[in-house]
Design a protein around this ligand. Structure first.
Ligand SMILES: [Zn+2]
Length: 240
């Protein structure tokens, strides 16, 4: 049986490992960052923070203007297909998610951590009480997926298909209703003046991964439908 070190010894080992790790350079892909690594991570503090926030050390905000066209397309698609069982199922699933009717295990980030990120239930309740419906959330998430897989020359590289996409999806949903005010007992109102609270990256990631996993089939079907209707239009145009 392996010998388990006492807590103080394992803390000392962790500190030692961190000290050694911090002598290495940031492992940013493609290089370009000569800062030292932070704690036990592979990246420097700045790139680690960016990864926590955007799902990737080089992640950043998706510009609303890039999304506009795709959002319009998705809203129209949902409006044109009210009877589609695929869409109905997806909308119903998201509504259940927002109502908090899904088991907690559905929102875990990885199998190693069996609990969902802290505070995710409160965020879902806030969104539900704020009137966010399944169809509205589906349009936002679908638009991001469409942007990521877009073949439009202007969209290239707008949103890589990795955790950046998952975080962007979760973030779009979480930010679709005003965030709770930050408490600050030092101010007369009891709330901070700057009322915006950044949603934790882990909540966005958990939500986005769940949605992507659940909606992958729907997105594949939608892409196929879109291609079919495009082909039909091209055939009609060439026949005319
Ligand atoms: Zn770095």
């Amino acid at each position: 049986m392996p010998i388990k070190p006492s807590p103080s010894v394992s803390r000392a080992i962790t500190r030692k490992r961190a000290t050694l790790n911090e002598q290495l350079a940031c492992a940013l892909e493609g290089g370009g960052c000569d800062r030292r690594r932070h704690a036990l991570g592979r990246h420097c503090r700045q790139h680690q923070r960016r990864r926590e926030r955007w799902g990737h050390p080089l992640g950043c905000r998706v510009p609303a203007v890039a999304l506009k066209r795709h959002l319009r397309w998705w809203r129209e698609f949902i409006g044109l297909n009210p009877e589609s069982p695929q869409l109905k199922r997806a909308v119903a699933h998201i509504a259940r998610l927002l109502r908090g009717d899904l088991p907690a295990t559905a929102l875990t980030i990885s199998w190693r951590i069996p609990r969902p990120p802290r505070g995710i239930k409160a965020h879902l309740r806030r969104l539900h009480e704020g009137g966010l419906g399944g169809a509205e959330a589906l349009a936002m998430v679908g638009a991001l997926n469409r942007l990521a897989y877009s073949e439009h020359p202007l969209d290239v590289g707008a949103l890589p298909d990795d955790d950046r996409l998952s975080v962007a999806m979760g973030r779009a949903v979480v930010l679709s209703r005003p965030l709770p005010k930050r408490r600050d007992p030092r101010t007369p109102s009891g709330y901070a003046k700057d009322k915006s609270v950044e949603p934790p990256g882990s909540i966005c990631l958990a939500l986005g991964r769940h949605l992507r996993g659940q909606l992958a089939g729907l997105f594949a079907w939608v892409t196929l439908e879109e291609r079919k209707s495009k082909d039909k239009k091209t055939r009609e145009a060439s026949a005319a």
